[in-house]
Ligand binder design. Structure first.
Ligand SMILES: [Zn+2]
Length: 319
């Protein structure tokens, strides 16, 4: 069954391997089995659209962040897109409809506005380079908003509001995963296209990165998508292991809050250090599908796997 996955950190991990290389070879999208998301794994797992996040570690000095973003974008163009003709750049949401059998769509996203600071010229360049989804923060604060790990718990700044407005104009998703509670509610008021690209249910696993019931209900009332994440500490409270059934409990719970048509997958592969047993990389995606098919109808599982996202993606995007 086809899969759409709305979050992975392969760009970050490949960049890290290049920067830290001494004698060891850097990781490569086409050939490195150490990656959780590589070309062979995506094909084997039947992933047809994979989102690739630009992510900058918070400890990188401000004046070096843009360089890190450029390095990851370069990896996206040269390595993800540049070496295999079956990898297709999704520059606007309707490009997904043009994918042929065997082709894999690659979506460039931004996790944390830190990359552009307060420089809207850089933000406009990111749009032009194809960024189609922006999470304003990682866990820390930046000039746009506070992340969920920031004790201050602030909402959107004036700049953050401007970015959401620009996203709205362009059909770019505004990602609420990682936002502080206040910033979440601010985004829900302002964003035309909110998404939670990689978050689970707080009720089942009380990690601050997960979404509370009132947030989940607000998302579903807005007809927005929540994509479940595969990192065990977001599935089972303070544990580093999880089964496919444990993830299924989160999907089941989201359904009980009315989300059967608003649930998708956002693995967080290459950004996570422990794994669901049987779902250790993208090649194993069909194991999850087989478990889901025992509990849900085929149409419901197709919804989770790809159709719900297709139904809810922004209708227009500026080229
Ligand atoms: Zn993340």
């Amino acid at each position: 069954m086809k899969i759409i996955d709305t979050h992975c950190d392969a760009l970050f991990r490949i960049q890290q391997s290049k920067r830290r290389m001494i004698s060891k070879e850097p990781l490569r999208f086409n050939t490195s089995p150490e990656l959780n998301t590589n070309l062979a794994y995506l094909k084997k797992g039947e992933v047809t659209v994979q989102f690739f996040a630009i992510f900058i570690m918070p400890d990188i000095p401000s004046d070096e962040k843009w360089q890190h973003a450029l390095e990851q974008i370069d990896i996206f163009y040269t390595e993800i897109l540049g070496e295999d003709p079956e990898m297709k750049h999704i520059k606007s949401w309707s490009d997904i409809d043009q994918l042929q059998d065997g082709e894999i769509g690659a979506v460039l996203t931004l996790e944390g506005a830190d990359a552009f600071g307060n420089d809207l010229t850089k933000l406009r360049l990111l749009y032009q380079l194809g960024v189609l989804s922006i999470g304003l923060t990682w866990n820390n604060a930046n000039l746009c908003a506070d992340g969920i790990g920031e004790p201050r718990g602030g909402g959107l700044t004036t700049l953050g509001r401007e970015v959401v407005t620009l996203n709205n104009e362009r059909g770019v998703l505004t990602d609420v995963s990682h936002l502080s509670l206040q910033a979440f509610w601010d985004v829900m008021e302002l964003a035309a296209y909110p998404i939670a690209s990689h978050s689970n249910a707080y009720k089942l696993c009380a990690n601050p990165r997960n979404l509370r019931d009132d947030q989940i209900k607000a998302m579903f009332e807005r007809d927005a998508m929540i994509h479940v994440v595969f990192w065990p500490p977001f599935i089972n409270h303070k544990r580093n292991d999880a089964s496919l059934d444990d993830l299924l409990r989160h999907i089941d719970y989201l359904c009980s809050l009315g989300g059967v048509q608003n649930i998708g997958f956002g693995s967080d592969f290459d950004g996570i250090s422990s794994f669901i047993t049987g779902l250790e990389d993208s090649s194993k995606y069909q194991n999850l599908i087989n478990v889901l098919l025992k509990h849900f109808t085929e149409d419901e599982v197709k919804g989770f796997a790809f159709q719900n996202f297709l139904n809810h993606r922004p209708k227009t995007s500026l080229k």
